[in-house]
Design a protein. Structure first.
Length: 128
């Protein structure tokens, strides 16, 4: 037998083996996700939308997701990427607040109280 043919058959066999292994892994991950997807679970969609799963309709492949109280979105069931664990949501919700000194300028895009800025503008206009 030709050694090149043996190598090509071996590479083909490895390729087929890895294809089956990867499909088995994906199937197991999908089953794990399906078992976690119950109404009330916190989820994230493929486009980065976080919300609470309200219901899943298996026939039409649709899911109802509540993003904020009273806002319910209807999305395709396959767009649900993962069930978010409580630890991950709490870590994202913690934000550092920045406090300003009275004489410092606000950072770009930072909101300032309009009443404070109106008092300052009025004082500047009267002085000039």
């Amino acid at each position: 037998m030709d050694p090149l043919l043996i190598v090509m058959v071996a590479v083909l066999a490895l390729f087929i083996f890895f294809q089956f292994r990867n499909s088995k892994k994906r199937r197991a991950e999908q089953e794990k996700l399906q078992s976690k997807m119950v109404p009330g679970a916190e989820i994230m969609t493929q486009f980065g939308l976080y919300g609470t799963l309200l219901s899943i309709d298996e026939e039409s492949n649709e899911a109802l997701v509540e993003t904020t109280p009273g806002t319910v979105l209807r999305v395709h069931r396959q767009t649900i990427l993962k069930v978010v664990e409580d630890d991950a949501v709490e870590a994202e919700d913690t934000t550092d607040s920045v406090e300003l000194d009275d004489d410092s300028e606000p950072a770009f895009g930072e909101r300032v109280d309009k009443a404070d800025s109106a008092d300052d503008d009025g004082a500047d206009k009267r002085d000039s």
